[in-house]
Design a binder for this molecule. Structure first.
Ligand SMILES: Nc1ncnc2c1ncn2[C@@H]1O[C@H](COP(=O)(O)OP(=O)(O)OP(=O)(O)O)[C@@H](O)[C@H]1O
Ligand SMILES: O=P(O)(O)OC[C@H]1O[C@](O)(CO)[C@@H](O)[C@@H]1O
Ligand SMILES: [Mg+2]
Length: 500
């Protein structure tokens, strides 16, 4: 689908989202029922002006162009559905994330309480549920307390995506609003569903709600569940710290989620202050020699008598296999690192005790915290307002603290990653005072550098073998080149998504 770009004065660009009127003519419209709702009718500003948009980059130069904008979310005066005409469905896909049940709850309650929509179906077990399962009727009563539980009451899955079968099912069931909650893979699937719906000329709104505990979805400030995950990670870090400081030369090692993006590890480290070293996929690291991890561990133990290391699952990446959606599945980098550290210090006079904690699934399975619950409510209501107003082919999410409708293609074009040349990573390095690993000595094996394989096998013998395979040392700039990205969101000090 062609991007819908609208240009204005002073270098203003609106990266707009599709609307029914782009491909269906003469559709009837109706006054928004919220106009008669006592909660809303008193607040005239509650309705969003058609021309309201939100700038992507909050920091602007005096003479620079106004830049890219996204359409602001919110209720419109006109809607494209009568309440009793709507059959909405909700599906959750990909991995678990705190807040999934809250989004489901708020979609159901929002559709019913704001727009009088009663016909709402839950699709069970992700995309394949469209064609392989029955649907679950959802009402405000049945979802009333689900936000207090982790997981998703609908179930989820990876793989099983077949566009034609999914859209056939949408058509057969008379569904005309599809709310799709999931990560980057899910949003790619949603984009294809939207295209197929449009090709078939259906009046069906397809709206995505971005879910990713890893915070790897671009454009939006941050994803729901992320704050909860960072908070929950503190419990594991605290335990690692307690274990480490209770023994002589204690090391606590904690593995956190983050396949390609180290946001959870970075923010959990910054939040904790007990972490001495944070290792993320975006920042290759090395063990041996000057400026390496072993040297740093030795120094910290001599200075403090204990230390805590946080490592993201994708740090030092070595793909073991693929999951049913085609995502990378890693060997356990935490186990590998524990093993390497123990082996190394066994050959020195420093007698260490290392405790390894892997809390990953415990973190993912908890219910959302208070702030994420509020965020989930805003996302769900934004999605509903958009679909009712005839917008489609888009994801909702906060940009510079304001909720927007963002076209699918912008959400799926590339993942959000920590930029190690950006301020936030510098802040972390200043907070932990850990090595930057930017200047590996000649011959050092750099974990996470795509050209080298460090984590190929799990046994010490095999790892040693790899250590000896010394390839030319990458320069610090080549490490950087691999990882410089268009950073935004949590790294640019953007405002909080709650602002809306
Ligand atoms: N390129 C794609 N086109 C169509 N469907 C896709 C695509 N990538 C993934 N999907 C489907 O989207 C669903 C979820 O994808 P995936 O398992 O990658 O999780 P995700 O949404 O990225 O969430 P997570 O953050 O947990 O990884 C799966 O059913 C998968 O088959
Ligand atoms: O075991 P699963 O369900 O594939 O999930 C693991 C993956 O899910 C994520 O949490 C993303 O949802 C990644 O960090 C992790 O690699
Ligand atoms: Mg994903």
């Amino acid at each position: 689908m062609e991007p819908k770009i609208i240009k204005g004065e002073g270098g203003y660009v609106l990266d707009d989202v599709p609307h029914f009127s782009d491909y269906l003519s003469n559709l009837p419209t109706y006054p928004n029922p919220l106009q008669n709702n006592p909660s809303y009718s008193v607040t005239k500003q509650y309705f969003v002006d058609f021309d309201d948009t939100v700038v992507q980059k909050a920091v602007q130069h005096k003479d620079g162009p106004r830049g890219i904008h996204f359409r602001r979310q919110g209720p419109r005066q006109k809607v494209y559905f009568k309440p009793d005409e709507v059959t909405a469905c909700i599906v959750t896909c990909g991995g678990l994330c705190p807040g999934l049940n809250t989004v489901i709850r708020e979609l159901v309650c929002g559709l019913d309480y704001m727009y009088g929509v009663k016909n709402i179906l839950g699709i069970e077990c992700g995309y394949k549920g469209f064609y392989a399962r029955n649907t679950l009727p959802l009402t405000p009563k049945t979802v009333d307390s689900i936000h207090k539980r982790g997981g998703t009451i609908l179930g989820t899955s990876r793989g099983g995506y077949v566009t034609s079968k999914i859209v056939d099912s949408i058509q057969d069931r008379g569904i005309n609003q599809v709310y799709i909650i999931g990560g980057d893979g899910t949003q790619k699937g949603a984009s294809v569903i939207y295209q197929e719906v449009r090709k078939r000329g259906l009046k069906v709104a397809v709206v995505g709600i971005p879910k990713t505990i890893d915070n790897d979805i671009p454009i939006i400030d941050k994803s729901f569940g992320f704050d909860t995950a960072v908070e929950e990670a503190q419990r594991a870090i605290n335990a690692a710290h307690t274990e480490a400081e209770s023994v002589e030369n204690g090391i606590g090692l904690v593995k956190l989620m983050g396949r390609d993006s180290g946001f959870i590890a970075m923010f959990a480290t910054l939040a904790s202050r007990d972490v001495d070293c944070c290792l993320i996929p975006e920042s290759p690291f090395y063990l041996e020699g000057q400026g390496g991890l072993y040297e740093f561990i030795g120094r910290r133990l001599r200075e403090n008598g204990h230390m805590v290391i946080v490592i993201a699952e994708g740090a030092g990446e070595k793909v073991e296999e693929r999951d049913p959606s085609g995502n990378k599945a890693f060997k356990d980098v935490g186990l590998w690192l524990s093993h390497m550290i123990k082996e190394h210090f066994a050959q020195t006079k420093l007698n260490i005790t290392l405790k390894y904690i892997d809390p990953t699934y415990m973190i993912r399975a908890v219910p959302a915290n208070a702030s994420d619950n509020v965020y989930c409510t805003i996302l769900a209501q934004s999605a509903i307002h958009g679909a009712m107003a005839g917008y489609t082919g888009c994801t909702v999410g906060p940009v510079n603290g304001r909720q927007c409708y963002i076209p699918f293609y912008r959400i799926i074009e590339k993942p959000n990653k920590v930029v190690i040349t950006d301020r936030m990573w510098a802040r972390l390095l200043s907070s932990t005072n850990q090595p930057s690993f930017m200047n590996p000595p000649k011959g050092a094996v750099v974990a996470g550098n795509k050209d080298e394989i460090l984590l190929s096998k799990s046994s010490a013998e095999e790892s040693n073998e790899n250590d000896q395979k010394c390839t030319p040392s990458p320069t610090s700039s080549s490490i950087l080149d691999n990882h410089v990205n268009d950073q935004h969101s949590l790294n640019n000090g953007s405002t909080h998504p709650m602002l809306e």
